[in-house]
Design a binder for this molecule. Structure first.
Ligand SMILES: C[S@@+](CC[C@H](N)C(=O)[O-])C[C@H]1O[C@@H](n2cnc3c(N)ncnc32)[C@H](O)[C@@H]1O
Length: 207
């Protein structure tokens, strides 16, 4: 099955709802984080295999919890995008040298083949236009560059929010489904881990 498609009106509606919701939730994503999450976030960023000088994009960065972990690898550039302006303000307050982008990931205007690594932590479920997002990522990620799709509380964590969430949260794919969804965009599976409290899919752009 390919990605679910939504019309532009529906995508705009979902994004507006998310922007309003996450603008109010900045503090909820700040430390102290639940027990075990800091260690799992370190594993997630380690899986990206960021090299010194690399260009990294954090999609749905939120308040930027991944940023200090990414910085440990001495990247050359960190981009952070989010629908929530308040989240990005928090990122700018806490960190220097981060290029923030207030937009849907699918609308990023970065140059072709300009990124080595893309992190999508606790945000995959939220992306309303996944075909648009992965089409864009296929354009801006370098050949052999990596996209890390993760959740530090496991893929089922989102289920408890679904009943009262005003916008849809899409399920994380299993390994076979991930291949079916992402190979049309030129990504191959590099590694896949689906544990009760850690979902970690790394895909690489075909060279
Ligand atoms: C659950 S929060 C996770 C934040 C952060 N990655 C973390 O791990 O703490 C999801 C974030 O993704 C953002 N988001 C949702 N859909 C997005 C999209 N299409 N493009 C960019 N950001 C998006 C939301 O505004 C929100 O800040």
């Amino acid at each position: 099955m390919p990605f679910k498609t939504r019309d532009e009106k529906e995508i705009a509606r979902i994004n507006q709802l998310q922007q309003e919701r996450f603008d109010l939730l900045v503090d909820a994503f700040e430390p102290p984080l639940p027990v075990g999450v800091p260690e799992r976030l370190s594993r997630i960023v380690a899986a990206a295999e960021i090299e010194k000088g690399a260009s990294v994009l954090d999609v749905g960065t939120g308040s930027g919890i991944l940023i200090p972990l990414i910085q440990q690898y001495e990247p050359g550039k960190i981009h952070a995008c989010d629908l929530s302006r308040e989240m990005l303000k928090q990122v700018q307050t806490k960190h220097s040298g981060i290029e923030t982008h207030w937009c849907d990931v699918r609308d990023l205007t970065l140059p072709d083949h300009s990124l080595d690594v893309v992190c999508i932590n606790a945000c995959y479920a939220n992306i309303a236009d996944k075909p648009g997002a992965f089409r864009l990522l296929a354009r801006i990620v370098k050949p052999a560059g990596k996209v890390v799709i993760s959740h530090p509380l496991g893929k089922d964590f989102i289920n408890k929010f679904k009943p009262n969430c005003p916008f849809p949260l899409d399920d994380f794919p299993g390994e076979a489904e991930a291949w079916t969804l992402l190979s049309p965009f030129g990504f191959v599976i590099h590694s896949f881990l689906d544990e009760p409290n850690l979902y970690l899919l790394v895909v690489a752009k075909r060279g």
